[in-house]
Design a binder for this molecule. Structure first.
Ligand code: FES
Ligand code: FES
Length: 152
């Protein structure tokens, strides 16, 4: 089947999509957007987080057909023409990126958090990011990055 979707502001179509194919597969393998990562493919790690109609979702759990006619924003869509988004820059400044596999999903989740709550407390941050697993950093630098991004 063909899936028509607006991704990062551009109307695109993916062809030959299998009914059981995930939105994550379509983004990565058919549309050339490898930012969202495939780590668990079970909705457990948050590495594949993207916006679907302004709501963060695990793209590995969304059937591609469910995205028909809808709007998707990936981590690639957060950076502007001037360069990295301030959240991305804060992750670098705070040393919150090690292997980086969790980072794109975290960036989208933090973006959503700061849209809803521009000055989150530590518990707010940890609760908002509870669905995003990181095996490297121990989370302290990630919390620091969120606070830095909020301050900026
Ligand atoms: S790859 Fe989707 S939640 Fe882990
Ligand atoms: S930086 Fe490696 S999983 Fe988070």
């Amino acid at each position: 089947m063909r899936v028509n979707v607006t991704v990062n502001g551009e109307a695109v179509a993916a062809d030959d999509v299998w009914e059981g194919e995930s939105l994550l597969y379509v983004l990565r393998e058919r549309l050339g957007l490898p930012g969202a990562k495939n780590a668990c493919e079970q909705g457990e790690c948050g590495s594949c987080t993207v916006y679907l109609d302004d709501t963060p979702v695990c793209a590995c759990l969304v059937a591609a057909g469910q995205a028909e006619g809808r709007t998707v924003r990936t981590v690639e869509g957060l950076a502007g023409p001037a360069g990295l988004h301030p959240i991305q820059q804060a992750f670098l400044s705070a040393g919150a990126v090690q292997c980086g596999f969790c980072t794109p999903g975290l960036i989208v989740a933090v973006h959503d958090l700061l849209e809803r709550n521009p000055d989150p407390s530590d518990p707010d941050i940890r609760e908002a990011l509870a669905g995003n697993l990181c095996r490297c950093t121990g989370y302290e630098h990630i919390v620091a990055a969120v606070k830095l991004a909020a301050a900026r």
